[in-house]
Design a protein around this ligand. Sequence first.
Ligand SMILES: [Zn+2]
Length: 353
Amino acid sequence: MTEYYLPCDFAKAPKCDAHIHYLVTWDALLRYASSVNMHLVSINTALDGVPVGRQLSVSVRLKKKYPQWFDFLGTFDPSGFASASFAGDAVAYVKKCLNAGAKGIKIWKNIGMTLQDKDGKYIMADHPAFAPVIAYLENKGVPLLAHLGDPRSCWLPYEKITLANELHYYNTAPQYHMYRHPDAPAYEEHLAVRDRLLEKYPRLNFVSAHLGSMEWDIDKVADRFERYPHWTTDLSACIGHIHLQTYRNRDKVRDFFLQYQDRLMYATDCFIELTGVKAKVKRYLTPGRYAENLCALVGKEWRNHWLFFATGEKVPAEKFNLPDAPQTLEGLRLPKHVTDKIFFENARRIYAL
Ligand SMILES: [Zn+2]
């Protein structure tokens, strides 16, 4: 008989947020996460203004303090791609991350969106400068987490962006709103580069962030699953798009998760930081009670997401920029063993946690 979870099982069910950015050693959220059986994988990223070396040292400290609850992926700074010593330096830095305990290596959308050569040509992830690094990861069996491209919303005018949080993001980070940069590579080009890498490195443990930037259409994700057996992806920052597609056709979305139950990892893409707190988070915070507020906020998100996948409860829908947007949705009620794979087992296998 197929078994299903009940809402009261949330805290005890095994879970992992496989894509979070834990940028500080302040550990209240980690303590909270452990209390609800949520393992965290913090993703070091070549973010503007947050040095990768600092992210690595924060991750190492948290891993030491919470070895059972915390893991991380390292990264390298791609900005020196044109220098003759780049490949050697990048591989050396990757080794440093791995020696420090990193479970994989992340590359970010700055490759393809902002990184340019001296003639103004955009540098994509299949640029020869990165080949030695990717070959190294393939040979060593190290997962590569690739955030290439962005949600399709990135290439759309404001009025066509369906998710409220994406609308907010492109308003506050116009340098990454590619609709405003028509000279930069098109959406389809980013997907094509990613697909070429999948073809070139058939033994690579290739993980895409954000449903491979195909969040708006699970058919496209399914197509890549069929074409590339070594490809897996996380759900970070994509739950809103899953909600929207569920609102339109719940059975189709449920079948997708059943079909590809071994290839998808639950994740949020939350940023845990103490300064420059994102406006979205800030709205909910009471001064002086940051820890309690943040734990309550992130905890609520984890709980609502888990209820959505594991049960048939009515859960709050993400906020959409649509006139007919739903307020609540019926959960997918995936069988217990499928929920456990998406929320924990797949991350444990893919990242060898
Ligand atoms: Zn992220």
